[in-house]
Ligand binder design. Structure first.
Ligand code: UD1
Length: 377
């Protein structure tokens, strides 16, 4: 079991406490931003390492700017590659950095390859790790993120959970209860803070979605999971369903680079669906808040739609975020495109799923994380 407290805890009693955040891919950035802000406001020394897993401006630098994050102190520049290549490259580059910088605590976020790679590296150097968004489980080991979650949670000594199912999962795996801290959802901290800056007006006009004084009903889509986009038959079937929906109501689909590459490779036909480049955080949030329904395979979007009260149709066989289904507006449809069509029609008929906001998704999760860290220090 990794130490709950940093090995050299005595240093934390001095003013030398230094926290290092590691991020790599787009969904990490919305999670680190509120923690970084709160720690800064409490005068804690901190720095940010970006692994470079995501590198296009629209996937990285522009999102940092919108979130008000300072430029990363270090960018390891690992880029894309197979899972083993990406993981190994983060480990090699990060080990070098960590050996020199020796922070008191490393904070990692979410479930991407950079999260797991940084955790393994730090723990082997005897540096304590805290995992923000711990305990989520889909039970589906064919998803790379599930492997990343399992390993990160096994090794990290502080486990900050966004929902109580996270606590239950960790306890059932034999985790020390003292290591588990139910703090709520940091993604929602960011969403609450930035919602006023994301009115969506410009995006609605850009996609021709204005009707009278308000938005026209439209469907917002994001699909990027390998299970949906890497197989030509699956991607073709999903697009056929989107085209059918687009005959009735506008369908807007900002396309992730992975999906764009597969569409080109497979020659996926599409005529009515409105495709765009990936959107940065604020324009996407601006569109999302006005959507009639969202179709996705993203984890974060299942959470954001729940918070916004917008029906969400998740094209995956499972979710690691069950609270979005039991409490929120999410429905998990697997690859059932007939049901997708039926559920979109239900929404247009005014029969979309209603929900409420899960416990501690209240904009203060990062403060609770800082409180826990303060109690350790
Ligand atoms: C990664 C995460 C996934 C997360 C997603 C959000 C893992 C295992 N997966 O998936 O959990 O939901 O980020 O976006 O960590 N590419 C670019 N520009 C970029 C980044 C990627 O063009 O800035 C292209 C490259 O062709 C690359 C492909 O996208 O090969 C996939 O990128 P990668 O980071 O490996 O995984 P994602 O699919 O983005």
């Amino acid at each position: 079991m990794a130490p709950v407290f940093p090995a050299h805890a005595s240093r934390l009693e001095t003013e030398l406490m230094h926290i290092l955040h590691v991020v790599g891919a787009r969904p990490n950035f919305m999670k680190v931003a509120p923690v970084h802000r709160v720690l800064a406001s409490r005068g804690i020394s901190q720095s940010v390492v970006h692994t470079g897993q995501h590198y296009d401006a629209v996937m990285s630098a522009s999102v940092f700017e919108e979130l008000g994050l300072p430029e990363p102190d270090v960018n390891l520049g690992v880029g894309s590659g197979s899972h083993a290549q990406q993981t190994a490259q983060v480990m090699v580059a990060f080990e070098d950095h960590l050996s020199k910088s020796r922070p008191d605590l490393l904070l990692v976020y979410g479930d991407v390859n950079s999260t797991m790679a940084a955790t393994i590296t730090a723990v082997k150097l005897g540096i304590a790790v805290g995992h923000v968004e711990a305990g989520l489980r889909s039970g589906d080991r064919s998803m790379p993120e599930e492997i990343n979650r399992l390993i990160t949670d096994r090794l990290a000594g502080l486990l900050f959970t966004p929902s109580k199912d996270g606590n239950d999962n960790l306890l059932s795996e034999g985790t020390d209860p003292q290591a588990i801290k139910f703090v709520g959802n940091v993604m929602i901290d960011t969403l609450e803070r930035l919602l006023p800056a994301a009115d969506g007006e410009r995006e609605l006009r850009h996609f021709d979605l204005v009707k009278g004084a308000g938005p026209a009903p439209f469907v917002l889509v994001t699909l990027h999971r390998p299970s949906n986009v890497d197989d030509p038959a699956t991607l073709t079937r999903l697009f056929a369903a989107l085209e059918t929906i687009a005959a009735k109501i506008p369908v807007v689909f900002p396309v992730h680079p992975r999906t764009r590459a597969r569409m080109a490779r497979f020659g996926i036909p599409h005529q009515r669906t409105i495709l765009s480049e990936p959107l940065t955080y604020l324009p996407f949030l601006g569109l999302q808040r006005h959507a009639a329904v969202v179709v996705t395979d993203s984890g974060g979007i299942q959470e954001e739609t729940t918070y916004l009260g917008i029906p969400c149709l998740t094209m995956r066989p499972n979710t690691e975020r069950p609270v979005t289904v039991t409490v929120g507006t999410n429905q998990v449809l697997g690859d059932d495109t007939d049901r997708l069509l039926a559920e979109v029609l239900a929404v247009l008929d005014g029969r979309g799923k209603k929900g409420s906001i899960p416990e501690l998704w209240d904009g203060h999760a990062a403060e609770r994380i800082a409180d826990v860290l303060g109690a350790i220090a």
